[in-house]
Write a protein that binds this ligand. Structure first.
Ligand SMILES: [Zn+2]
Ligand SMILES: [Zn+2]
Length: 352
């Protein structure tokens, strides 16, 4: 199948139109017309080869792993999806399916490595995978998610990476009624973490450097705001959180947040793939506190999240843009100038 999209051709020039072939439909494949694609920080990092030391970009690369679309064709063995279904695809599109992690529905941690939605290698023909900044995609059926009724398809896309990245640790650490949850940073990930934790019944505090974020945080469902640059407020909040979701996107000092954890509390790093500043082991030892991280989530859990969002009417705040505006959007994303996520209306691709 011949299709079109937008690709980064190298690290320095803007994304530009790109024509390429999608693989022929296999018996268990679903062909999707992409309707909306979110823009994730990862897209920016990969397009500009900012992770070159450990995940160098192969060009041309077609980014996009927050995808909402409509099924246009199915292979002969596909039972899960039918033509015209509204569907979604996230950060992974295949895995080995038989290792211990795949068998416990944690395909994102497949022992052989999951197949990434873009910049990965197809498990059968080893061709490079291309993401959702494109008109069409071909994806193995059991990595295609169902869009539940009652969700505005134009705003769903960011749930597929930003959403599941914060939903998964909230579920893993049993956040529910009575949980005291802190969310560090209100951006693409943080604003969804606040909405999810509040909808799960937790009491949520936004932890931010900026007092100006107070109203924003409360509008999202936070009960309170803790200003991390106010030493007295931070001291008063010591040992008062069960779970803190840390969405800060760059390396930083975790010590102030560790001090906020109650005994056996958990600090979950989801934003920064980076070197972190040193910290004292004292609060970990004396209070059995934990520091952990979390990648996105498995396919079953991602479907659970979409269904949860439909039930609770949770959607990200999005700015819908046209395909040709993607380079401006990357610039603005780099400067934190979006509330809170860009979504490309892929109908604009034909005229881009
Ligand atoms: Zn992402
Ligand atoms: Zn596996």
């Amino acid at each position: 199948m011949q299709t079109t999209g937008y690709a980064a051709y190298d690290a320095d020039t803007p994304l530009a139109p790109y024509s390429f072939a999608r693989r022929d439909l296999r018996d268990n494949d679903v062909a999707i017309e992409v309707l909306y694609c979110g823009i994730c920080h990862t897209d920016l990092h990969i397009a500009k080869n900012l992770w070159k030391d450990w995940f160098p970009t192969s060009y041309p690369t077609v980014p996009g792993h927050e995808i909402v679309g409509r099924v246009v064709e199915v292979g002969k063995d596909v039972r899960l999806h039918a033509v015209n279904d509204l569907v979604a695809v996230g950060t992974i599109i295949d895995s080995c399916q038989h290792c211990d992690q795949c068998r416990r529905n944690e395909e994102q941690m497949c022992r052989q490595g999951p197949t990434l939605t873009y910049g990965g290698a197809d498990r059968i023909d080893r061709s490079m995978t291309y993401g959702g900044f494109s008109k069409h995609m071909i994806v193995r059926d059991n990595f295609v998610l169902k869009l539940p009724d009652g969700l505005d398809a134009a705003r769903v896309a960011p749930l597929l990476c930003a959403g599941i990245t914060v939903y998964s640790p909230l579920r893993l650490w049993n956040v529910g009624p009575g949980s005291r949850v802190g969310v560090v940073g209100i951006g693409g990930l943080g604003h969804l973490a606040v909405r999810f934790a509040a909808a799960l019944g937790a009491s949520v505090t936004v932890i931010t450097r900026s007092a100006a974020k107070g109203e924003e945080a409360q509008a999202l469902g936070a009960e309170s705001v803790l200003i991390s640059t106010a030493p007295d407020a931070m001291a008063a909040a010591a040992s008062s959180f069960d779970v803190i979701i840390d969405t800060v996107p760059v390396g930083h000092d975790m010590s102030p947040y560790i001090d906020l954890l109650d005994v056996e509390g958990v600090l979950v790093i989801v934003g920064a793939l980076d070197t972190m500043k040193g910290f004292s082991s004292l609060p970990l030892i004396t209070g059995r506190r934990r520091i952990t991280g979390s990648p996105s989530g498995g396919i079953a859990e991602t479907q659970e999240m979409l269904d949860f969002c439909a039930r609770k009417q949770i959607l990200p705040d999005c700015e819908i843009i046209e395909m040709h505006e993607v380079n401006d959007a990357f610039d603005r994303l780099e400067h934190g100038d979006v509330r809170y996520r860009f979504v490309i209306d892929m109908a604009s691709l034909a005229v881009a």
